[in-house]
Design a binder for this molecule. Structure first.
Ligand code: GLY
Length: 321
């Protein structure tokens, strides 16, 4: 478990307001509470939606997808879905992946333009194709054929910020300030079925076509029904070269608890990079099959939203210095 608890945003009364408490007894009877964890404070309403969806539909896959929709649709979340930061040419390109631990099936999209819910397109890739990953125009054409609605993703606020960035440093995308507000949301139902998803607009002002860790299975997300799940947020280049989420799940397979597994992977990356963790901007969360959750990160502001049948709260995970 993380060592600090910073903020109790959620409460039993908030959950009651969402109508998610009545099924508490049902969850306890099954011997295990459903559990959802997600990155950042905007992960909290997402996880609440996940629990609500699970209790209505009974589907952990629907719960993950519709939970992530909340962040994708919220224009205040400036690096996921609508309102996400654009690339260096002012175009919003979205990445997402979806994974089902029970079947070990997965779907992923990268560089998807004009569709506000890449997580749904990723799930559809998993369920309707023989493939795992679609990119760019191919992903957009698939979304169109599947009946998804197009939408302008670049908000006026993001356009102004991009214009300002462009006027100051057009020639150096690497100089863009790091933004790393990806949503990774993983969950388990009362029967132990684990699934997860990850969705982002990626690094602000990235080179057009740049793909980060978020749609890469094993990088920004990994789910193994026998073990647990892990997800990431931060500078994708520092995560995907180490298969960060895969490495965490594999450590949990050896019996390591989620927080220790996240910490161990961050320390391994820092050792290899020969850099202090504070320069890496990498943050992880994980759950295991026993219903334990945890996380670790290199950014002091990193928070994890945790929602189960008893509470909804924000936690500050272990800071790796
Ligand atoms: N972690 C999100 C990205 O680097 O694209």
């Amino acid at each position: 478990m993380p060592i600090h608890r910073r903020d109790f945003t959620g409460s039993l009364s908030a959950l009651a307001g969402l109508g998610v408490l009545p099924n508490l007894a049902q969850s306890q009877e099954s011997g295990r509470s459903p559990l959802f964890v997600a990155t950042w404070n905007f992960g909290l309403p997402a996880c609440q939606k996940s629990l609500e969806t699970l209790q209505k539909s009974g589907s952990i896959l629907d719960a993950i997808e519709l939970g992530i929709h909340v962040a994708e649709a919220d224009v205040r979340v400036d690096s996921v879905g609508v309102g996400g930061a654009p690339n260096a040419q002012g175009v919003v390109q979205l990445d997402a992946c979806f994974m089902d631990g029970a079947t070990h099936k997965a779907g992923s999209v990268a560089g998807l333009e004009q569709y506000p819910h890449p997580i749904s397109v990723a799930r559809r890739v998993m369920e309707k194709t023989k493939h795992v990953m679609l990119v760019g125009q191919g992903a957009a054409e698939f979304a169109r054929l599947q009946g998804f609605e197009k939408q302008e993703l670049l908000t006026e606020e993001q356009r102004k910020k991009w214009m300002e960035w462009k006027s100051k440093q057009p020639a150096d995308p690497a100089a863009a300030p790091p933004n790393h507000d990806t949503i990774a949301l993983v969950g388990m139902d009362a029967s132990g079925h684990i699934a997860g998803g990850c969705s982002t607009s990626g690094l602000a002002y990235k080179l057009p076509g740049r793909v980060g860790d978020s749609p890469i299975l094993g990088g920004g997300l990994y789910v193994d029904g026998e073990v647990g799940a892990a997800g990431a947020t931060g500078i994708g280049e520092n995560i995907m070269r180490y298969c960060g989420s895969f490495a965490i799940v594999e450590l949990m397979r050896t019996g390591m608890d989620p927080t220790s597994a996240c910490k161990s992977v961050i320390e391994r990356i820092a050792r290899t990079e020969k850099k202090p963790p504070s320069e890496l901007h990498i943050n992880f969360l994980a759950i295991d099959k026993q219903g334990r959750w945890g996380g670790a990160g290199t950014d002091a502001e990193f928070q994890i939203a945790v929602v189960d049948s008893h509470s909804a709260r924000l936690e500050s995970p272990l800071l790796v210095k």
